[in-house]
Design a protein around this ligand. Sequence first.
Ligand code: ATP
Ligand code: MG
Length: 255
Amino acid sequence: MADLEIKNLHVQAGDKQILKGVDLTVRSGEFHALMGPNGSGKSTLANVIMGHPNLEVTEGTVTFDGEDITEAAPDERARAGLFMAFQYPVAIPGVTVTKYLRMVINAHREARGEQPIPLKEFRTTVQEAMELTSVPKEFSTRYLNEGFSGGEKKRMEILQLALQKPALAVLDETDSGLDIDALNVVAAGVNTVAQPSGMGVLIITHYQRILHMVKPEFVHIMFDGRIVKQGGPELVTVLEEKGYGWIREEVAAAA
Ligand SMILES: Nc1ncnc2c1ncn2[C@@H]1O[C@H](COP(=O)(O)OP(=O)(O)OP(=O)(O)O)[C@@H](O)[C@H]1O
Ligand SMILES: [Mg+2]
C-alpha cells in the first residue's frame, strides 16, 4: 500500500517558518484536494513532499509506502513512486516532447534495473496515453519548453502522469491561470488515468470548478501553515458560498 503519511510537519525556508505542524494522510486510491488562501503554505507542502532542496524540515516526518522519506533525495522519491510534476528543464535545444518522454521513461526503467523501452512499444504507449488524455497528435513533435502555454504545460504534465503511472501524484494547480481547456486536460488526467489505476492523488487548487469535474473524496483547508479544516466534497460548496473569511474567524477564535 503506497500511502503517504505526513505527521506534525514543520518546514522553514531560510529563517521563515512556513509549515507549522501539518498532518495529512493520503492512502493509495484516495483522492484529496488541498485548498486555502494565497500564501498559506500549499505549494510549500507539495514541494517538501517532493524533496525541494531549499526547504528544511525542522520537525515531523513524511512517510511513503511505510518508509521515512523525510530526508530522501528527489530522485529517490520519484523512484519510490511519487510523481514529480514536470519540472522545467532549462531549454534543451532540439528535444521534442516525444524525445523528452522517452528520456523520462528510460530514466525510470534504468533506475529499476530494466532495459530501455523498445521504440515500437514506446510509440504505442505514447499514442495510447495521448488518446487517453486527449492531447492532440501535433503536440508530440513540439520542442520542449519552446513557447509552451500554461495549458500546454499541463498537457505535458498529464502525459507524463499517464506514462509514469506513479503510485501517488501531487498536482499543484494553484497559480497556473488555467483556462477551461487546460482544466479539462487535468480533469481527464485525473479521471481517466489516475483514478482507474488506483493512484493516490493530492490536488492543490483554488478552482472550485475543477473540483466539480474531478470530485475529491476529501477536502483539506490550509491556513497559515496548518490544515485547519477537513471534510468531504461539501466543503467545496461552503467555500464557494462563503470564501475563507469564516475560517479566519474560527482560527482566531480558537487561538
Ligand atoms: N523559499 C522561500 N523563501 C522564503 N519564503 C518562502 C519560500 N517559499 C515560500 N515562501 C513563503 O511561504 C509562504 C507560503 O507560500 P506557498 O507558496 O506555500 O503558498 P501557497 O499556499 O501555495 O499560495 P498560493 O495559493 O498563492 O499558491 C508565502 O508567504 C511565501 O512567500
Ligand atoms: Mg501555491
